[in-house]
Design a protein around this ligand. Structure first.
Ligand code: ATP
Ligand code: ZN
Length: 647
């Protein structure tokens, strides 16, 4: 019998008889490997553990410990879900069912008309478990297009998928018992391999993601190789749900979005606005202390500004379409503030004596984010960035960079943000499309950032392909409540825009020179930062940020109202956010409601308090109360807000 030549990932080459299966190869290496191998992969294509290999090639075993192995499991569970659904609801039609980050989904349409809801999940999961017990072998094979069309003739979505395959494409199916899937392979050997899974949610999804198409039901689930991992993930999701800023935002009346206003255009309610106003005042004050000059520039400008800057060429997809004013002028909602600040710089001739020149603004920008990416306040289409641009000489770059970084670190401490890491974002040298083409500029500026970080003794990691078009940057990556990572602050080095806008300053030598620009954002957009803080604090904002800082509740609405009002008035006069709750409800109810609003201080006023000019204070999150005189309370409150980071 002829042999096939198998090349392993480490370069070793071995010969096997034609028809050898990945399982046999694995067993030849070790028993334990054979046990955890999920699938083979020959020349980049999956080969089932029981399928014969008849060609030479590069070969790898995908095991349970590989990330790819987990993906194969999840993909297999999506098939299992489809099989169970088909048994329960024979007229179910199916779109696509891929593995995704953290799980899988399947797009479905019950042709009987009944929608699937989470109430049916236990029944569906029970059927899935039954099929697992049947331990049906999962076998892939190639079929002709005609056979495929015949096989899936009762499912219009699958027929559409088959018809869209290029004429020369091989069509393969995966069969498990009575169930057939259109599939490229890469599945566990049998249904018995699937043990730990859970259906998690169901949502609407347009067929093929196009809003003109039919709305299908996307059923989500997750799966793991062992029970502990599954439980940990379910627990993590539960916590994430509790922290979700959209949920807390609704609970605390912080903001809303609506189709009437437009997707991704949040409305800040008084409570959210109080947080935002506090953030804005805070960061502007901080920046004024550091020598920034705050300006206001228009949120729209002549389109030519963005043609000069290069945004129109490189960033158009994310921009709103220009407005044709009908008089020859095209106006554009700005996606970034840099060109506006450059105009401030250019307004008068600049001398080296003015540098570093620091221009800052709470700049409103508009970006046409994809509708699927919009998330509460975290990703929106209208946003206000804590933006700033400093213009420096070549010699000043490093020092300015360090100063900005110092500011960031101080600000983080004020918010008690400690779970972050620094990322030096470099260009991808292979990708000349995405990055401004100037090797010398990139190499020297990347080295400069690295040196500054090393000098400051800060830990960082490096990421290729994360730079801005015009230069390298330092990003501060924060952990989100959902376990992901996002950029919060950023410092970006830019040699290009000064060139494009022909920026100059007169040097000590009397000659004209080109400044360098640093783009920087400290607390990001008001939107994203508020979303982030809401999740980090779980809505329990520190007192200085809390939308409602003090709530005063009279035990008796008549007898204690005057004193209660006196306290509220005094606090409001002194710029605290205090309110009075004299609703005709039980005291316990009002106290619980104050906790739901996460009010840091709830004051209860009864006879004794009126008599002694005292207050009974309940701190959010604690069931203990403390009695203090009114003056003692005011002193404690002032001390609390004077100390930013206290949570
Ligand atoms: P992302 O990768 O998140 O889309 P970006 O790299 O385009 O952001 P920049 O142009 O550097 O971001 O914008 C500055 C900051 O504005 C980002 O670090 C981010 O925190 C915030 N931001 C960007 N896009 C949005 C958005 N759609 N909604 C809210 N905040 C945003
Ligand atoms: Zn900028």
């Amino acid at each position: 019998m002829a042999d096939v030549k198998i090349t392993f990932p480490d370069g070793a080459v071995k010969e096997y008889p034609v028809g050898v299966t990945p399982l046999e190869i694995a067993e030849g290496i070790s028993k334990s490997l054979a046990k955890k191998a999920v699938s083979g992969k020959l020349n980049g294509e999956y080969v089932g553990m029981h399928d014969g290999i008849s060609a030479d090639g590069d070969f790898a075993l995908i095991t349970k410990s590989d990330e790819e192995g987990l993906k194969l499991l999840r993909h297999s569970v999506s098939h299992l879900l489809a099989q169970a659904l088909k048994r329960l609801y024979p007229n179910m039609h199916f779109g696509v069912g891929p593995a995704i980050d953290n799980g899988f989904y399947y797009d479905t349409d019950n042709a009987d008309g009944n929608q699937i809801s989470v109430e049916q999940f236990p029944e569906i999961e029970a059927m899935m478990k039954k099929i697992v017990e049947e331990n049906l072998p999962i076998v892939s094979r190639e079929i002709s297009r005609a056979e495929a069309l015949e096989m899936f003739s009762d499912d219009p979505f699958k027929v559409e998928l088959i018809n869209d395959l290029p004429a020369d494409e091989r069509i393969t199916i995966a069969v498990q018992g009575e169930h057939i899937e259109l599939d490229r392979g890469g599945l566990v050997p049998s249904t018995g391999w699937i043990k730990f899974f859970k259906l998690t949610s169901v949502a609407g999804a347009y067929w093929r993601g196009k809003s003109e198409n039919q709305m299908l039901q996307r059923i989500y689930g997750t799966a793991f190789w062992n029970k502990d991992d599954l439980e940990a993930e379910l627990q993590r999701r539960e916590e994430a749900k509790e922290r979700d800023h959209r949920r807390i935002g609704a609970d605390m009346d912080l903001f809303f979005t609506s189709q009437e206003v437009g997707a991704g255009l949040p409305v800040w309610l008084p409570n959210g606005a109080a947080i935002r106003r506090t953030l804005e005042r805070y960061i502007v004050d901080r920046e004024l202390q550091k020598g920034y000059q705050h300006v206001y520039t228009p949120i729209m400008s002549n389109l030519n500004l963005y043609k000069t800057s290069g945004h129109w060429d490189h960033y158009q997809e994310d921009m709103f379409p220009p407005m044709d004013m009908g008089d020859g002028e095209m106006l554009e909602l700005r996606p970034m503030n840099c060109p506006s600040h450059i105009q401030v710089y250019k307004h008068v001739p600049r001398s080296y004596r003015e540098l570093p020149l620091r221009i800052a603004e709470l700049g409103m920008m508009h970006r046409y984010e994809k509708s699927g990416a919009l998330t509460g306040l975290a990703r929106v289409r209208e946003m206000t960035l804590n933006d700033g641009h400093t213009f420096v000489t070549l010699d000043q770059i490093e020092d300015e960079f360090k100063q900005i970084l110092d500011l960031m670190i101080d600000v983080y401490a004020d918010f008690n943000i400690s779970d972050y890491r620094f990322r030096l974002s470099y260009r991808d040298p292979e990708n000349t499309e995405k990055y401004f083409d100037d090797d010398v500029m990139w190499e020297s500026s990347q080295a400069m950032l690295k040196k500054a970080m090393d000098d400051m003794g800060l830990d960082y990691f490096e990421a290729e392909g994360e730079a801005a078009f015009y230069g390298p940057k330092l990003d501060v990556q924060i952990k989100t409540a959902l376990g992901g990572e996002e950029t919060l602050s950023t410092i970006q080095l830019d040699f290009l825009l000064p060139e494009k806008f022909d920026l100059e300053y007169v040097g000590a030598d009397g000659e004209k020179h080109r400044p360098v620009m640093l783009h920087r954002g400290v607390i990001s957009t008001m939107e994203r930062f508020t979303a982030y803080l809401t999740e980090m604090y779980k809505g329990a904002f520190p007192t200085w940020l809390a939308p409602r800082q003090v709530r005063v509740i009279p035990v008796n609405r008549e007898a204690h109202a005057a004193y209660a009002h006196e306290i509220v008035d005094h606090l409001v006069d002194n710029n605290f956010r205090a309110d009075f709750d004299g609703r005709n409800e039980k005291l316990g109810y009002l106290i619980r409601d104050a906790a739901k609003d996460r009010v840091p201080y709830t004051l209860v006023i009864g006879d004794e308090e009126v008599e002694n000019r005292s207050v009974t204070v309940r701190r959010f999150g604690s069931t203990d109360t403390a009695v203090m005189t009114l003056d003692e309370f005011y002193t404690a409150l002032n001390a609390d807000v004077a100390n930013y980071s206290r949570v």
